[in-house]
Design a protein around this ligand. Structure first.
Ligand code: NAD
Length: 334
């Protein structure tokens, strides 16, 4: 690619960030950088054919399948801006000797903050109260507490509740740290995390059934796998405490949405707060958008300006280390 400079060639594909100053600053001495917007494979092949390294943003319209990777014959490294690597055929990349790296650590604090914000909003019914106050005025909700209780359900004090974390990885632990000062009882289910991590975070280990039965609020932080697909299904909702609440900032498919809607309608669940959905973008007329006991956000828990910068740093570091002949720190295993 770089006949003039003999530097390796990097193409940054479909960058979501407004500029690439940081990439230029960190990698400009080591490689020749081009930025490309690729909405079709014609564009991808014409702009990336000779790339040694691809740094990729949103490539869901041009996934790097086996066929595509076979055509990118100089390619040695793909560094993904983000966690998701489902748009890359990892087996094919591995067989073709192409390394794949991602940015797995950005946004942990932000997702944890967002989870707490959703949980507290649900517990204190903040969006519902705000909406009612604007729409119908003070007297519609503050005449007496019985009316309020009738409308929104009984409020509970956080320090008297049991919070159940499903999945106790990076985000689950960041959430537990934020919950500690509230004085609530924190239990967690994660069969893949050793005991000492639970002890270190002063969180009680639980099995799944016990967590469902004991928790007043369930927070979901598992990764999506075959095993966790619809982990929260109809049976799980039946096992929950009457009047429990659910917060999901992990992946939509972990919750069977049909079963969730049923549990919300029947009153089994008092409320839910969701950042992620089985189908994204969430259709405007989706039943969840019409439910008064549900708080929604558009898969944005990861976002803060600080997280965006972290994402850049991790993606660039993978490339920089590779160019310096070292192992990229966030390699993905196929
Ligand atoms: P992580 O890999 O650090 O933790 C996930 C945990 O899930 C691991 O500890 C793992 O042992 C556990 N787990 C796996 N299978 C399980 C099972 N069957 N039962 C119970 N636990 C199981 O991941 P993380 O960085 O903490 O991310 C957690 C979730 O948050 C992921 O689904 C990720 O995709 C999602 N996420 C969402 C956003 C957003 O903007 N909403 C942003 C980043 C991450």
């Amino acid at each position: 690619m770089c006949q003039s400079t003999c530097k390796p060639g990097i193409v940054i594909v479909n960058l979501a960030h407004p500029n690439w100053d940081y990439e230029e600053k960190e990698l400009g001495q080591l490689a020749e950088i081009k930025v490309a917007r690729c909405r079709s494979y014609d564009e991808l092949f014409s702009l990336c054919r000779n790339a040694d390294i691809l740094m990729v943003g949103d490539i869901k319209h041009v996934p790097l399948t086996r066929d595509v990777l076979e055509k990118l014959q100089k390619l040695k490294l793909i560094s993904v801006y983000g966690v998701g690597i489902d748009t890359i055929d990892l087996d094919a990349a591995s067989e073709l000797g192409i390394l794949v790296a991602n940015a797995p650590e950005y946004g942990i604090e932000d997702v944890a903050d967002h989870t707490l914000a959703l949980m507290l909003s649900l517990l204190r019914r903040i969006p519902m109260l705000d909406n009612e106050l604007r729409k119908s005025g003070w007297n519609s909700i503050r005449v007496n507490i019985n009316d309020l209780r009738e409308k929104f359900g009984a409020f509970r004090r956080l320090s008297s509740l049991v919070i159940g974390l499903t999945g106790f990885g990076r985000i689950g632990r960041a959430v537990a740290k934020r919950l500690q000062p509230f004085g609530c009882r924190i239990i967690a289910y994660d069969p893949y995390v050793p005991d000492h991590i639970f002890q270190q975070h002063q969180v009680e280990r639980s099995d799944f059934e016990n967590l469902l039965a004991c928790s007043d609020i369930i927070l979901i932080h598992v990764m999506l796998t075959k095993e966790t697909y619809h982990l929260l299904d109809e049976k799980a909702f039946q096992l929950m405490k009457d009047g429990a609440m659910l917060v999901n900032t992990s992946r939509g498919e972990v919750v069977d949405e049909e079963a969730l809607i049923k549990a919300l309608k029947s009153g089994k669940l008092l409320g839910a707060a969701l950042d992620v959905f089985e189908k994204e973008p969430l259709p405007k007329d989706h039943p969840l958008t019409k439910m008064p006991n549900v708080i929604l956000s558009p898969h944005i828990a990861w976002y803060s300006e600080e997280a965006m910068m972290e994402q850049k740093r991790e993606t660039v570091l993978n490339v920089k280390e590779f160019l310096l002949g070292r192992r990229p720190p966030y390699l993905v295993k196929s």
